[in-house]
Design a binder for this molecule. Structure first.
Ligand code: ATP
Length: 429
């Protein structure tokens, strides 16, 4: 049986009032149908770890779809249902999202020819999850609101800071859990349990990953590079000989680790200054990770992981252009603003951040940061129509003049619109 205890007090202390109200309301809606309802998984885990988590997952014993529709109706929310899976997403008017799944009553069929086991539906739902720390559930129905259900000793593993799978066939069932184990271990500063660790080594030895699609494998890898600090996870992957899934020659040597640390610093700098400018963290890390490989090897890696054409262009083309650009900039120190602008304006944020991280030249790093904070926003005040008004015959010369104005502006030679107009007069004369 499960260990239960009342955690209402913890919920009141650690969750916002509005979140608490949403959970209470979910329990009341479930009551009107006679369904059981639980908030489960990462959300509960993070509440225990005092980490904020906005991903609310609700498991309903009954019909998750009927529950979600009614909950949405009451809250004026939108709802998307996926009948085939018995799942739904509710989107509240303020944008807050709630995932709903149905716990079906059924038998758990082990992989291989082991006997099936009968379980209560919530227990079965939790049994399918990756690690014990993700199996906590809190009852939401009014009469038992706030009762914590712990079937698999999750509280003990959270206390012991251990990542443990639920049964020995877990990695057979889903080898991507190996990457998830490493990701959670590093994120929380936990340790993968002894038995779980042995099963990971076995999964690597038996190459369970070969039956996985490249896309699924990469999807989990990508999550690792989205973490706050992916460096220790890379070292851990090396411990388990997992880096060979990316390429057999990949090693976390001093240079790679130094570059990873540099990326972390550069991204922190960027996020502090440009909070609202979105970019893909994993792209920057992955470019650094596979930097040692030539074009053809890089292409093979992209292919193996079935990357989208958009991402393939970044890794196979832009990355090499960025390295060439670094070389060029290195030969043009001290760097003029006009050169920085001309060379850097073709690159997207991920590439600029990559260049800042891997360059060993302070002057280049400073130049790129100057471009990022300042130069990229500079434009000329004089436009084509102004040239026309000045009586200059339209033609290719317009591009030439406007470029010359921009260069002069970037290099600090023109300060005002009048300066620009005088510059044009002198230029055509
Ligand atoms: P994150 O903070 O990274 O989102 P999370 O724990 O919320 O962490 P998700 O990947 O969003 O993780 O997954 C939500 C829940 O679904 C997890 O708590 C986990 O129990 C379960 N889950 C996800 N992937 C798997 C998997 N491959 N095998 C088993 N359970 C999984």
């Amino acid at each position: 049986g499960a260990r239960t205890r009342n955690v209402v007090k913890m919920m009141r202390e650690r969750l916002s009032d509005s979140l608490l109200a949403i959970l209470k309301s979910a329990g009341e809606v479930a009551d009107t149908f006679g369904f059981g309802a639980y908030v489960v998984g990462g959300f509960v885990r993070d509440m225990f770890l005092c980490r904020s988590n906005e991903d609310v997952d609700i498991v309903v014993e009954g019909s998750g779809i009927a529950f979600a529709r009614e909950f949405a109706r009451i809250h004026n929310a939108r709802v998307h249902t996926y009948e085939k899976f018995g799942t739904a997403v509710v989107i509240l008017p303020d944008g807050f999202k709630i995932d709903v799944v149905t716990a079906r009553m059924e038998y758990y069929r082990f992989p291989a020819d082991l006997p099936t086991v009968e379980m209560s539906s919530i227990k079965l739902d939790l049994y399918r999850r990756d690690f014990t720390i993700n199996t906590l559930a809190i009852r939401l129905n009014a009469d038992r609101f706030g009762i914590l259900i712990d079937f698999f000793a999750a509280q003990k593993d959270i206390k012991e800071k251990a990542i443990r799978i639920l049964h020995n066939l877990s990695f057979v069932e889903d080898p991507t859990r190996v990457f998830r184990a490493i990701r959670f271990e590093q994120r929380f500063g936990f340790t993968i349990g002894k038995l779980t660790s042995g099963l990971i080594r076995n999964a690597v030895k038996m190459d369970f990953f070969k039956k996985l699609s490249g896309r699924r494998t990469f999807n989990e890898l990508r999550h690792i590079f989205e973490e706050e600090n992916p460096t220790p996870a890379i070292e851990r992957m090396h411990d388990y000989d997992l880096l060979r899934i990316i390429h057999p020659d990949l090693r976390p040597d001093r240079k790679l680790i130094a570059n990873f640390m540099a990326v972390k610093k550069v991204l922190a700098w960027h996020d502090l200054l440009f909070l609202d400018e979105a970019y893909l963290r994993w792209v920057v890390y992955f470019m650094v990770l596979i930097r040692q490989f030539d074009r053809e090897t890089t292409r093979q890696i992209c292919e193996k992981f079935a990357m989208s054409p958009r991402h393939q262009v970044i890794f196979c083309k832009d990355r090499f252009l960025a390295d060439r650009c670094l070389f060029y900039l290195g030969r043009n120190i001290p760097l003029k603003n006009s050169i920085l602008y001309r060379e850097l304006s073709a690159f997207r944020a991920e590439l600029l951040l990559y260049m800042m991280a891997v360059t060993r030249s302070r002057a280049i790093k400073k130049g790129i940061s100057q471009y990022f904070t300042h130069l990229r926003h500079i434009t000329t005040s004089v436009k084509g129509r102004d040239l026309k008004a000045m009586g200059i015959e339209p033609g290719p010369v317009y591009r030439e003049i406007l470029d010359a104005i921009l260069d002069a502006r970037l290099n600090g030679k023109l300060r005002s619109r009048d300066d620009e107009i005088n510059f044009v007069r002198a230029y055509v004369a």
